[in-house]
Design a protein around this ligand. Structure first.
Ligand code: ADP
Ligand code: MG
Length: 337
């Protein structure tokens, strides 16, 4: 079964093992598993005495289940799937957590002029990147136009005082896949903070949060995959401490038809997958959920408009732009890594 977020940039980000170094080698605990159709990876450095994987694993898995129960379009019982199923255009009572999630995602839509838009679901599904599965050629123009008519974040309202959300028409279909992995990473980081961990790395499908230092008492080294289509794999390495990072790319989940690549990043304005030469965007931000969403938005906006917005919002962003000879990396003014 195709599963949610499966096209995650699973290998777009690699956590570098400690290289040769004279620094201390502190004790490390590692936990790996599957979630949201991708993998998760947790590294705990020098954990407080008494910390064991046995007593953390259950809580971590429970938290991941909670996020899927909240935000998965692949799980019929999830709060999101229930909301999508409802034809009501009245206020619908939801959990505070779900309401906050929707309301934060709507703020990113406003900030990005709708480049990030969680109501993009009908287009994601039409293009074969949703729960119903894939396709091997583009849909008909008339179908694209019909789906585009159902998209628009202003058709969704959140009032978290109640807490409740409302859609303006029954056909509104919300897709949180561009937000949920980063959100889950933040949730796990909060759980680790509560458990007394001070130095750790959490990664789900390429979205990462780190706190403190690695086993060599240095910032964590995170490798971002070169999205070039011509060359073998290579990586840019960034060093991070106390931050989240997310990468959105057009090169991991796509289909090709008659020599054209159609990726899972949809421009809500055109109703079609992006077509420009910006192949990947990495964002560093204290909120991994925000980094996840805004990286998708910048990717939609493309190399020029995307960079303009990144600088306007004072974001630390790193663009990988395809050129005839390979890849050109373009950092925003705030990119200091
Ligand atoms: P990745 O899974 O590589 O981290 P993203 O975080 O960019 O990728 O999320 C991509 C997913 O977000 C798509 O599979 C789709 O479900 C959804 N999506 C596609 N286009 C948009 C968009 N313009 N705004 C919000 N979500 C989108
Ligand atoms: Mg993402």
């Amino acid at each position: 079964m195709r599963s949610q977020f499966r096209k995650a940039a699973v290998c777009a980000v690699v956590i570098l093992a400690a290289a040769c170094s004279d620094g201390p080698k502190l004790p490390v605990l590692e936990l790996r598993g599957q979630t949201m159709g991708t993998t998760f990876n947790i590294v705990l450095i020098d954990p407080p005495s008494g910390t064991t994987l046995e007593n953390l694993r259950g809580r971590i898995e429970e938290k991941l289940e909670q996020v899927e129960d909240l935000a998965s379009t692949y799980r019929a019982r999830s709060e999101l799937a229930q909301f999508n199923l409802s034809a009501s255009t009245e206020w619908i009572a939801v959990s505070f957590e779900f309401c906050s999630l929707i309301s934060s995602a709507l703020l990113v839509s406003q900030e990005t002029g709708g480049a990030f838009d969680i109501t993009v679901g009908p287009l994601v599904n039409l293009w074969g990147f949703g729960p119903q599965g894939g396709r091997d050629r583009p849909p008909a123009d008339t179908d694209i136009e019909a789906a585009r008519q159902q998209v628009g974040y202003t058709n969704l309202d959140a009032d978290c005082g109640q807490p409740a959300i409302r859609k303006s028409s029954a056909s509104i279909y919300v897709d949180l896949s561009g937000w949920a992995k980063g959100y889950a990473v933040d949730q796990l980081a909060a759980l680790l903070n509560t458990a007394g961990l001070r130095n750790y790395l959490v990664e789900i499908g390429g979205e990462v949060k780190v706190r403190g230092h690695n086993s060599e008492n240095r910032k964590f080294a995170i490798a971002i995959e070169n999205p070039s289509r011509q060359h073998g794999k290579s990586y840019s390495v960034i060093r991070l401490s106390d931050a989240g990072t997310a990468t959105s790319g057009d090169y991991r989940n796509f289909f090709e038809y008659e020599g054209t690549r159609y990726s899972h990043t949809i421009d809500p304005g055109t109703g079609r997958p992006i077509t420009h030469n910006l192949a990947a965007v990495t964002v560093v931000h204290e909120s991994t959920a925000y980094a996840d969403a805004i990286a998708t938005a910048l990717l939609v906006l493309g190399p020029e408009d995307g960079m303009r917005l990144a600088d306007e919002l004072h974001l630390a962003a790193y663009f990988a732009v395809l050129t005839p000879t390979g890849v050109e990396y373009r950092p925003s003014a705030r990119w200091l890594f």
